[in-house]
Write a protein that binds this ligand. Structure first.
Ligand code: JHZ
Ligand code: SAH
Ligand code: ZN
Length: 406
């Protein structure tokens, strides 16, 4: 097995067996066979990049029916609004600025830029969410970003001051083509800013559900710096973010264009001290994950014996890995509630648990709710105070299996 970026040797560290596509919610009565793939991860001994061992063709995941909506969480709307305001006040403060976002989804970030009247373009292959962004006044190109797309955008719009991507770059195996495209599109002094789940947080929290089809890479400052250098870029800033269970926002600039912020050396040193990219460290993570799985399966089995009613909360992409790896189906978790219209009335991929709108959660409340959207715990627990009044209990499995009185 060879690294997708540098062809170095990969050391496998986690194996979740065969898995369905995480966002392929099944229409009830759909007799079609579900696509599955082998979900396993390894780390490159040469460039340190952690990555999946099998690549799912991109058109199977990102298409007109892609259901995830960035604006489904008020915390995330605020997060992207703040980032947009910050970019407008800094990198986009010059004359006639231009920003390109890869994977703009429903326009959570770019709708704020559009509202400020600043030139922008979202490149978004999933047609349904791209239409939602367009309806909010965002200029969208329905396309996968890669070197050819960048050339077309440059020809039409000229160079960009900022290329931005949230929870998108780690979804793209073909980083060589992306970096060539960014290199072509960015102005000499421009920056490439992207934020994705951080391997350091995944290991610390044993949040193995960050590993699924769409998440091809698990970035660290160490691996991102190596990737940047292959393409004449330098890692000039890193910022840890609390969203989505712990992420890092990376800023790349062309080599020599900017002085790296002290935070870069700080994070690199912390990764080195923790031996974060060592196969042994990552195998230790996988052992904790197997232990947590056993505890979760035991707990849910005991609750079924008691006759307790257990629902899932949040039909997340992440939960496909949890439900499938733990063998959890409708007999243990009888329904999953979710606010996303395109998920409601369908079944969770692989595990086939019915997905219902938020009204089903309170009608009547279950005894326990497995918080599959644990990364939004604060927001969800605040809005579900009624679950607490009804005597309900949350089940969390990150960083380990535990119960929280609602
Ligand atoms: P959430 C997706 O992952 C897929 P998921 C993707 N690969 C990725 O990286 C991240 O997003 C960014 C629902 N919900 O954000 C909405 C409620 O029902 O954890 C969502 O379906 N009530 C691109 O799917 C899900 O939960 C609520 O109050 O793991 C949350 O999905 C809230 C706040 C959410 O991402
Ligand atoms: N930025 C949003 C959306 C993340 S979902 C957020 O953080 O909430 C990931 C998005 O990346 C999807 O909408 C998917 O269609 C898009 N995507 C996948 N491959 C892409 C590519 N090559 N270029 C641009 N977008 C891509
Ligand atoms: Zn490598």
């Amino acid at each position: 097995m060879a690294c997708r970026i540098c062809s170095g040797r990969l050391h496998p560290f986690a194996d979740f067996g065969r898995q369905p596509l995480s966002d392929a919610f099944v229409a009830p009565g759909d007799p079609g066979e579900e696509f599955s793939f082998h979900l396993a991860a390894g780390v490159c001994e040469n460039c340190s990049m952690a990555q999946l061992l099998e690549e799912v063709p991109r058109e199977r995941m990102f298409h007109a029916g892609y259901p995830y909506l960035s604006s489904g969480s008020s915390v995330m709307r605020e997060h992207f609004g703040n980032l947009a305001e910050r970019l407008l006040a800094t990198e986009l403060a010059g004359p006639d600025p231009f920003v390109v976002e890869l994977g703009c989804n429903d326009g959570a970030m770019l709708s704020v830029v559009a509202g400020a009247g600043v030139r922008h373009l979202g490149v978004e292959p999933s047609g349904g969410v791209a239409d939602l962004a367009a309806a909010r006044g965002v200029r969208v190109r329905k396309d996968f970003f890669e070197a050819d797309t960048a050339a077309a955008v440059l020809a039409e719009d000229g160079p960009a001051d900022v290329v931005y991507a949230a929870n998108t770059l780690c979804h793209i195996p073909y980083l060589d083509s992306i970096m060539a495209g960014v290199d072509a599109l960015l102005r000499p002094g421009g920056v490439f800013v992207f934020e994705d789940p951080y391997l350091g947080d995944i290991v610390e929290r044993a949040s193995f559900d960050q590993i699924y089809d769409e998440h091809f890479y698990f970035f660290t400052a160490t691996s991102v710096r190596a990737m940047a250098r292959r393409h004449g870029f330098e890692l000039v800033d890193v910022e840890r973010l609390p969203v989505h269970g712990g992420e890092v926002r990376y800023t790349l600039a062309r080599r020599g264009a900017r002085t790296p912020a002290p935070a870069v050396a700080g994070l690199l040193a912390a990764e080195e001290a923790a031996a974060l990219c060592d196969p042994a460290t990552l195998r230790g993570f996988a052992a904790r994950v197997a232990h947590n799985r056993d505890r979760l399966v035991t707990l849910l089995g005991a609750l079924r014996e008691e006759g307790a009613r257990v629902y899932g909360y949040g039909a997340t992409a992440k939960s496909a890995t949890v439900l499938t790896y733990c063998g959890i189906g409708p007999e243990l978790v009888s329904l999953v509630t979710d606010t996303t219209p395109a998920k409601q009335g369908r079944l969770t991929p692989g595990s086939h648990i019915p997905v219902r709108g938020p009204e089903a959660f309170a009608d009547p409340y279950p005894d326990y709710a497995l918080l599959l959207a644990w990364n939004h715990a604060e927001e969800i627990m605040a809005k579900e105070a009624g679950f607490g009044r009804a005597g309900g209990t949350w089940i969390l499995y990150v960083p380990e299996v535990h119960l929280v009185r609602a």
